[in-house]
Design a binder for this molecule. Sequence first.
Ligand code: ADP
Ligand code: ASP
Ligand code: MG
Length: 401
Amino acid sequence: MALIVQKFGGTSVRDRDRILNVARIVAGTRARGNDVVVVVSAQGDTTDDLIAKADEITHEANKREMDMLLSSGEQISIALLAMALQSIGCPAISLTGWQAGFRTDRAYTRARIKKLETERIESELSKNRVVVVAGFQGINRYDDITTLGRGGSDTSAVAIAAALHADLCQIYTDVDGVYTADPRLVPNARKLPSITFDEMLELATLGAQVLNNRSVELAKKYSVNLEVRSSLTDVPGTIVKEVADVEGMLINGVTKDVKVAVISILDVPDVPGVSFKVFSLLAQRKINVDIILQSIGRENNKDLIFTVALEDAEAARALLEENLARFGGHRVLVDTDVAKVSIVGAGIQSHPGVAARMFETLYENNINIRMISSSEIRVSVLIAKEEADRAVAAIHSEFFD
Ligand code: ADP
Ligand code: ASP
Ligand code: MG
């Protein structure tokens, strides 16, 4: 008998029919003799709708209250799914994040899991029940509800799989696996039978929302057997694992991230310590910086240019403007009309021409590159937001057609 964790995203539990469909998948897995823990997200666009509701009240909602609100979406799903399971004769019990033992840090709306106390889940499993857990949520040390950041239910599922040493963690979604590009954007994208944790982590971090990047990080750390598959068709999905099946694939995927902003600090003095002051300040506020460019010094001044997540852009601007005198900068500019387009693949480090082929494709399509960054397994370019879809399609066709 195996222990299987199955996670179902928002579209998979969108309405009554989809919930009954999920109940059949789960009950089938249990009927084959497995213990099952199910993690669910909020139905359909519930989380977006809740955010919009908060926005109707205030644009600066208190983050604790935001988490109180957002966590309600998943609570609806667990109750409905448990009822659906019971209605088809499958014993089941729903648990909120705190009932399931998710302990997080204090960072409301983007909390990190610190500990998972599994006693309750294990005791329910020993009573032969399917345990239905609310994804995306936990509690902090003040016993207040926290949420794990958008897409966080994937992380809840992988955390349970890791803590219980589950045999398999299946992420059921509305596509039947991980593709070489978002299939909604590139219709002839190909499904990957498998992908390594490292490549998946890059893809997820660079915008492929099919898996949340923290979930991939966790799965790698605890060697969780991870599969992405469809809740609507019963075909094998994509296995995410440590070692690649096929060597020699140049790249695995093309992805875009439109939720980025470029921040430029103009005319900072060309002296030691400026970057340290700027980036340590941002780090203290937990604002992640990605691509960094520093201009050549001119007349004892230089510019510092870097990207942050779009949601952090205003906080970063305010913080930097407040502290401008400390670095001696002149002005802070924020540009949100940008997108990051990336290629990912282990082949990049062994094939020197890959980046050049990407740049050539952009050139042929008359798309201007504003910034570039690369690692052993990825190349990212920053371009105008309105060109992002065209760039992804062109690069995908260059490498995969
Ligand atoms: P869920 O609600 O199940 O968590 P998400 O909407 O978060 O689902 O993620 C699934 C979506 O991810 C797909 O509908 C697809 O459009 C998108 N996606 C982006 N990049 C990729 C990719 N490389 N492969 C598969 N899906 C992708
Ligand atoms: N419901 C949350 C969200 O929309 C968590 C998730 O779906 O994973 O971000
Ligand atoms: Mg998701």
